[in-house]
Design a protein around this ligand. Structure first.
Ligand SMILES: [Zn+2]
Length: 488
């Protein structure tokens, strides 16, 4: 598609055949903007990539546009001040509220990992048996380098400009943008760009999907689509090779909670602070409404998840219609009488003494760090413990090992037999599955000029490209890192 008449170029700086590190550079003859600047996540080798800034003239970037507050989309924004960027950062209102907290917490975590490495106290969470699932002890490893400090996060906070959904805003010379609701987490958006042609006439339209939520979220308002088909659509394909069951999740949860209450079991649910925590809390709130919980306490052991949850109630227009109505009547969709929010480590440690049946939601969602490790260490060898997984697990993490049948694990120096019951609820995801991704494209007002698949494993985007090709007739690209797509 690259021709001498090309007027917009999109360079892929991350999330090419993988699910982290989202970053796209949009360049015209008059302007340069970035869409997202996310962290690479996963093994240490992946994290080491974060310290290498992409080949971008950051001093020449007019604006940075952020789809949402997940670290794989926004985590490297804290590097911007020291890379020479001095412009505005545009985000939706909820994202602009969350972003400074996410960056400050990331800066603290980077510092903590340096300290842990010095003291040899890095968290260890791994499978020992059976041998086919065993993961090696990481030993003492050098932590990833510091990317930014609190003061850098503060500079980004000052550069933030919050925009409402659907309103066009000029962000650079000849470029306007607007946010479209993506139904993924609170504040998550797709980004639509309208780029003037030097010769005048119909502008060039680009859409960056960001992360796309399921078509029928029970908690969030439906998606918004552009008014015309984009000339270029850059879309995620995380679940491009998966199809989830459409119903039964709440029933499964209710039956697990009923059993746990009757038998006095402790249920541990690994969650991420933004997205999975609220999805699960909303389901538990429904279970509470259905009378399933009785007086069994539910503990949310994550200050960040609690703050993110507050945002849902503060932005009722971004919630599903019936949830919004309840919210406007003063009923917080993520609150119920049995819920206790823990805001400190001391409060978290007090849970160790609770002997009756209870539910604990704690991070990380992959069981590779965070307070969930303490709860697992205390209770994983007890037969009256249940560990409930709702959502995807990354290969190699302890959570994945437990789902595959680990029988003995090591958590921070303790070797423990797994006697806890492992439960899984399929189909709880903040990401659309293949069917919903297809539906999202079909609901565009016309066929896009070209589709670029990003933010998915190579296998997921190849599978999804095949499905797309059988329903939509336009060129589909699976670019590599550093590739440039030109649109004219
Ligand atoms: Zn996301």
């Amino acid at each position: 598609m690259a021709t001498s008449e090309s007027t917009v170029r999109v360079r892929i700086h991350g999330a090419a055949g993988e699910v982290t590190g989202s970053c796209y550079e949009v360049t015209t003859d008059r302007a340069r903007v970035l869409v997202d600047f996310g962290m690479f996540q996963g093994a240490l080798a992946q994290e080491a990539r974060n310290a290498v800034a992409p080949e971008i003239d950051f001093a020449d970037v007019d604006a940075v546009l952020v789809t949402h507050a997940h670290v794989d989309h926004c985590g490297r924004l804290g590097m911007l001040p020291r890379l020479g960027f001095n412009g505005p950062v545009f985000a939706t209102e909820p994202t602009a509220e969350l972003l400074p907290r996410v960056l400050v917490s990331s800066a603290s975590l980077q510092q903590l990992r340096i300290e842990e490495a010095k003291q040899g106290s890095q968290p260890v969470a791994r499978v020992i048996e059976p041998p086919e699932l065993a993961t090696p002890h990481p030993g003492i490893v050098a932590p990833p380098p510091i990317l930014f400090f609190h003061r850098d996060a503060d500079k980004v906070r000052k550069a933030l400009r919050a925009l409402p959904f659907l309103e066009w805003e000029p962000v650079a010379d000849g470029i306007e943008m607007r946010f479209l609701h993506a139904s993924h987490v609170i504040g998550a958006a797709s980004i639509e760009l309208r780029v003037e042609r030097p010769s005048g006439g119909e502008p060039i339209h680009l859409v960056f999907s960001g992360d796309i939520g399921p078509m029928a979220s029970p908690l969030l308002a439906p998606h918004q689509w552009p008014d015309r088909a984009p000339d270029l659509l850059v879309m995620e394909s995380t679940n491009g090779a998966r199809r989830f069951p459409r119903s039964g999740q709440l029933q499964s949860l209710e039956s697990i909670l009923t059993e746990a209450r009757e038998r006095g079991q402790r249920v541990l649910i690994p969650v991420f602070a933004l997205g999975r925590a609220q999805t699960v809390l909303f389901m538990i709130a429904q279970a509470a409404h259905d009378g399933v919980l009785g007086d069994m306490p539910i503990y949310l052991d994550s200050a960040m998840a609690s703050r993110a949850s507050e945002l849902y109630a503060r932005h009722p227009h971004l919630l599903e219609a019936s949830v919004r109505r309840e919210c406007l009547r003063g009923r917080n969709p993520l609150h119920f009488p049995q819920l206790h929010t823990l805001m400190s480590r001391r409060e978290s440690e007090a849970l160790d003494r609770v002997r009756s049946g209870c539910v604990i939601l704690a991070g990380s969602g992959f069981c590779d760090a965070g307070p969930i490790l303490r709860h697992l260490k205390l209770a994983i060898d007890q037969p009256d413990t249940r560990i409930l997984f709702a959502g995807h697990q990354v290969e190699g993490a302890l959570g994945d090992g437990l789902l595959r049948g680990a029988t003995r694990v090591e958590i921070d120096g303790a070797t423990l037999d797994v006697r806890a019951k492992i439960d899984r609820i399929e189909g709880v995801s903040g990401h659309a599955d293949a069917e919903d991704l297809l539906e999202w494209v079909r609901r565009m007002p016309g066929t896009p000029g070209r589709i670029v698949l990003s933010h998915g494993s190579q296998q997921a985007r190849e599978a999804f490209a095949q499905e797309l090709a059988s329903t939509i007739s336009c060129p589909i690209d699976l670019p590599s890192l550093g590739d440039t797509i030109a649109v004219s």
